[in-house]
Design a protein. Sequence first.
Length: 387
Amino acid sequence: MIFKLDNKIQNYAWGSHDFIATLLNQQISTEPQAELWMGTHPKGESCVIYENHKITLTELISKNPSHYLGKNICQKFGNNLPFLYKILAAEKPLSIQVHPNLEQAKSGFAKEDRANIKLTDFMRNYKDANHKPELLCALTEFDAMCGFKPFDEIKEILNFLNISQHFSLATLPSFFENLLKIKTNKEKLIKEVITQISKAKPRSKNEEFSFAWTQQLAKYYPQDLGTLAPLYLNIFRLKPGEAIYLKAGILHSYLKGAGIEIMANSDNVLRGGLTPKHIDINELLRVVNYDDERVEILKPKKNICENIYRTDAAEFQLSQIVLHGKLTLNQQNPTIILCTEGFAKITNEFTLKKGEAAFVPFEEKEILLNGKGVFYRATVADKIKIS
């Protein structure tokens, strides 16, 4: 049996008033709707109808974990769906942030538990003991900052703008740490940088893009030095269908646009700017990765009937399906299918319309689709290694 999902909307200040509402065929929201969550994370669990009663997806899975998830996944990840699936709609920039690796998440969560810091406490860094590799696939044109520019490039940009004297330029870690720890005259420094940018003639399209976003961020956060991030982070403009994959430790911020996001089932975020929320500088510096492994734009690989976004994450795999008529999908692991355009009858059980999603248990070995539209399939990665 396949289950239609009832999903939770997260209302964050940076969200869009219309994208998620339009996707769900609802009236424009008076509140900013930032994310639509699909999965079993306790902060925003999906629900299903089971024997005429509404229950959470976790409650459904607990009735027969091997049936709904499969024995391998239960052994590897516990009796829980290992990924969190989202629609993200950013009207304004998200905070500059980084996610911990698994070891850091476990130790950080345990440390804060021992200190009796409540999960709802403003000062709490770790909401769970899991890591959070994530993939963002653009549904609209999508701007994002991800990973540090090469340090020589950062120094060259600061010299070009005649502002290098304000920063520590010995190493990338010292540059970033000193920037975070500037306490006074932040607004004055930002104004000087914006003045220099307004005088400068960008030498490339990428530099023009970086300068424009620095000016835009300064309007949102005139006293937050995170506004300078486009000068030291790589900046991207994704086209619909393009994606970026973020491993642990990669500093990033999603700036504007709508997309599909899939990640390990975690809500661990360490912030570094562009936010009124808690910033733990020491913990951020412990987690951030300075390696020069550049984030690349990821395009899907064509399979027989799916466009698959391949990553090294064990918890998830995302694919796009463009449907014209009938299609049979083989089912190896539990799946959530989301319709973003059109409709389809799914395994002759019900019709999946635009904005709707369905949970397909492990034991459903085939998924039959009949209709016309665009669908995104979130599942566990093809090969599960049991250690």
